[in-house]
Design a protein around this ligand. Sequence first.
Ligand SMILES: [Zn+2]
Length: 262
Amino acid sequence: MEELLMKSNDSALSQNNCDFDKGHNLFIFREIPILAGITTVDFGDFSQKADNYQRPQIIAELKMALQADTAIALRHTHNLQIKLIDNFSYREDYDADALILLRSGYSKFNPVIYSATAGSPVVILTDAAQTAIALIYCGWREIYGRLLHAAVVRFCSAAGIDKKSEIIAWIWPGTCKQCFRVWPDSDIKRFMNTDFPHEKGRIDLRRMIVDQLLDANLELPNIRSSSLCAYHSRYGEGFYFFNAYGRTKKTDKNAVFAKFKD
Ligand SMILES: [Zn+2]
């Protein structure tokens, strides 16, 4: 791990590479071939508590904003499962921690895939030709379980990509190292000294994500990350951008989304 940490270099990662779309209250990630980004507080709550009344409305708004016909949710369950979306019999919700969507046949239902998050990182994989998209929830359990590494392998085999150097990764980093807090009763404490390097209890999940992507043979210039933080970047333009469960104690969630560009 120490050797891998040495390979990470934040200065090589792009900074502030998000555009704020005031018309839709969305952040759009730049420097990725597909259409991807994250919703804000004003866009709506993507948590499960909002399922019954708000959810149909904000899903409709998300589809309209991105000109998608279908919305498919990654409902992360910490089961480390990776699901390949079948082009012919898709569902609206997948209980998994990673989704892979192939370009071939996608036009049948023109979907946006999304994952709710409030302070946890989400990673998107694609390639310059937009052959496929993967959406991977990366909380500490998924990082500990090396889900990212497994997702890169599955992504390559599903998309028929031979060279991992062709894969582009985009990281929504969630809560940064300075803002990350471990709950007193969290299971993560059992792993902190051995598997999770930390400084006075502060864990850099983004760095661990970069290290796992490099370990899966992605190339550093193809790994991009927002420098926005769900907690300390949460206020701007006169309102709150992001929910940051763990710091704000609110259970509302934003959604990281991804869609093929036409
Ligand atoms: Zn922060």
